[in-house]
Ligand binder design. Structure first.
Ligand code: HEM
Ligand code: HEM
Length: 424
C-alpha cells in the first residue's frame, strides 16, 4: 500500500518534470522564426515571436549604410504594416517608424500601431559588427493583428504568412528622431514568408531571447526569390526633361533667333521647349503623389514650377500674337516688348527652380554639378548674343536686312527676319 503510493508520487513527479522540460524545449526551439537575407552591404535579419492575443516581439538588424531599412506584413506594399528604421540625429540610436501603406507611395506614419523599441542591451541602437555599422533593435508590438489589410493582416494560423522587406539608398543618413521623416524610394525590395503557427508563444513576457544563435540561421521562414533592385525612373525623368527645357532648349531658341534671323526656327524650338515643359510638369505631378512631402503640391518648388508653366503658355501666346500684328502693321508692339523681357526672366526662373528641385528631393550635392553646367551655358549664350549684337551694329547700314523705318520701330530687335523669306 505504502510502496504503491510512493511509486504513484514518483511517477507524477517525473512526468510533470518531463512535461516542463518538453514544453521549455518546444518553446525555445519552435517558437521563433528568423529570416535572413543578404543586402550587398551585409545581412538583413528579421526574427519574430507571436502571442495568441495579437502581441508580437521582433528583432530587426541590417547595415546602417542604408538611409533606412524596413520590414512589412503582407505580400505587397498595399495593406502592409511596416516597421522602418533610420538613424537618429545622435548617430547612436535608431528611430522606429511604424507606417501603413496604401500602394506604391511613401508609407505614412501611424501612431495607432502600438510598437516600441525594447531596451534590450545592444539591441536598441546602432551597433558595430564586423567593422560595419548596423541597425539592431528589438521591438514589442501590442495588438498587431488589428492593423493591415488583405494578407497584410497577420494570421497566426498561417503557415506561410507573407512579409516584405526593403532598404533605401546608401547616399547619406536621415539623422532624424521624427517618426514621420521623409524617406526616399527604395533601391531594392523583396518578399519572404514566416510559418506563424511555429513562431508562436503562449506568453511573450516569458524570456525567449531574440538574441544569439536564434538569429544566425533562417528557421520557420523562407524567401520568395532574391531581393529585386528598384529602377526608379520617375524622379530622374522629371529632372532631365525640365532641365533640358530650361537649360538647353529655351536658351537655344533665343540664340537661333539672332543667329539664323528666323522667327520660324525660334517659334519651332520654343514650342518644343514648351511641350517638353508640359510633359515634364505632368511627370512632376505624378511624382508628387509618391511622397508625403509633395503629395499636397504646396511646396515652393512645385507652386513656382506651376506658375512658370502658366507664364510660359502666356509667353508663347504673346509671341505668336505679336508676330501676327507685326506682319500686318510692320511695327513694334507692346506684346513684343513684353515677350522680349518676360522670356529671359521665365527661363531664369526655371533654371533657379532646378536648384530648388534638387534641394526638395534632398539631393543638394547635385547643385554643384548643375551650377557648373548652368554657368557654362549662361556664359556661352550671353557672350554669343552680345557678340552678335555688336557685330550687327558694325554692319554698314545698306547691308542691314531691315529698312530704316522698320528699324526705328524695332528698338528691341524683335523682328530681324526681313529678307530671310521666313513667315513672320
Ligand atoms: C518612399 C517610400 C516608398 C516609395 C515611393 C515606394 C514606391 C514603390 C513603387 C513605385 C513600387 C513599384 C516598383 C515597380 O513596379 O517597379 C514599389 C514596390 C514595392 N515596394 Fe515600395 N515604396 C516605398 C517604400 C517601401 C517600403 C518601406 C517597403 C517595405 C518595407 C516597400 C516594399 C515594396 C515591395 C515589396 C514592392 C514590390 C511589391 C509591390 O508591388 O507592392 N516599399 N514601391
Ligand atoms: C521649372 C520647373 C521645374 C524644374 C526645372 C524642376 C526641376 C526639378 C529637379 C531638378 C528635381 C530634382 C530631381 C531629383 O533629384 O531626382 C525636381 C524634383 C521634384 N519636382 Fe520638379 N521641377 C519643376 C517643376 C515642378 C512642378 C511643377 C512639380 C509638381 C507640381 C514638380 C515636382 C517635383 C517633385 C515631386 C520632385 C521630387 C521630390 C522628391 O524626390 O522628394 N516640379 N524637380
Amino acid at each position: 500500500m505504502y510502496s504503491r503510493l510512493v511509486l504513484t508520487l514518483l511517477f507524477a513527479f517525473f512526468s510533470s518534470i518531463f512535461q516542463v522540460v518538453a514544453a521549455a524545449t518546444q518553446e525555445t526551439e519552435a517558437s521563433i522564426a528568423t529570416f535572413i537575407s543578404p543586402t550587398g552591404a551585409g545581412n538583413l535579419t528579421y526574427a519574430l515571436i507571436a502571442a495568441k492575443n495579437g502581441d508580437v516581439r521582433m528583432h530587426l538588424s541590417a547595415p546602417a549604410t542604408y538611409q533606412w531599412v524596413g520590414v512589412g506584413t503582407g505580400s505587397e506594399m498595399d495593406g502592409s504594416v511596416m516597421f522602418i528604421l533610420y538613424e537618429n540625429a545622435d548617430k547612436l540610436n535608431a528611430t522606429l517608424s511604424t507606417r501603413l501603406s496604401d500602394g506604391h507611395n511613401e508609407p505614412s506614419y501611424s501612431k495607432n500601431v502600438e510598437c516600441e523599441l525594447e531596451a534590450t542591451e545592444g539591441h536598441n541602437s546602432i551597433v558595430q559588427k564586423d567593422n560595419s555599422r548596423y541597425y539592431s533593435v528589438n521591438i514589442y508590438c501590442r495588438n498587431l493583428t488589428a492593423h493591415g489589410k488583405g494578407d497584410g493582416k497577420l494570421d497566426f494560423s498561417n503557415t506561410k504568412q507573407p512579409f516584405v522587406y526593403a532598404w533605401g539608398p546608401a547616399d547619406g543618413a536621415l539623422l532624424s528622431a521624427s517618426k514621420s521623416a521623409s524617406i526616399k524610394r527604395h533601391v531594392a525590395y523583396g518578399n519572404f514568408w514566416i510559418d506563424l503557427t511555429k513562431a508562436a508563444s503562449p506568453n511573450l513576457e516569458s524570456n525567449i531571447t531574440l538574441t544569439g544563435n536564434s538569429l544566425l540561421i533562417t528557421q520557420n521562414a523562407g524567401s520568395d526569390g532574391q531581393a529585386e533592385s528598384d529602377g526608379d525612373k520617375v524622379g530622374p525623368a522629371h529632372a532631365a526633361i525640365m532641365l533640358a527645357a530650361f537649360v538647353v532648349i529655351f536658351p537655344l531658341g533665343a540664340v537661333l533667333l539672332r543667329f539664323l534671323e528666323s522667327v520660324k526656327t525660334h517659334s519651332i524650338v520654343q514650342t518644343i521647349g514648351l511641350l517638353a515643359t508640359v510633359f515634364g510638369v505632368g511627370v512632376g505631378l505624378y511624382l508628387s503623389r509618391m511622397y508625403n512631402h509633395s503629395k499636397n503640391v504646396s511646396s515652393g518648388h512645385q507652386v513656382f514650377g506651376l506658375i512658370l508653366l502658366i507664364l510660359l503658355l502666356v509667353q508663347w501666346a504673346i509671341g505668336f500674337h505679336h508676330h501676327l500684328r507685326f506682319r500686318k502693321y510692320k511695327r513694334s508692339t507692346l506684346y513684343g516688348r513684353l515677350h522680349l523681357y518676360a522670356g529671359p526672366t521665365i527661363v531664369l526662373g526655371g533654371i533657379i527652380n532646378g536648384f530648388t528641385g534638387f534641394n526638395f528631393s534632398r539631393e543638394p550635392h547635385n547643385n554643384v554639378y548643375y551650377g557648373a553646367v548652368v554657368a557654362v551655358v549662361l556664359v556661352i549664350v550671353l557672350s554669343s548674343l552680345v557678340w552678335k549684337r555688336w557685330s550687327k551694329n558694325k554692319q554698314p547700314k545698306h547691308n542691314r536686312i531691315m529698312e530704316d523705318d522698320e528699324q526705328n520701330h524695332d528698338a528691341f530687335r524683335m523682328n530681324v527676319v526681313r529678307g530671310s523669306g521666313e513667315v513672320r
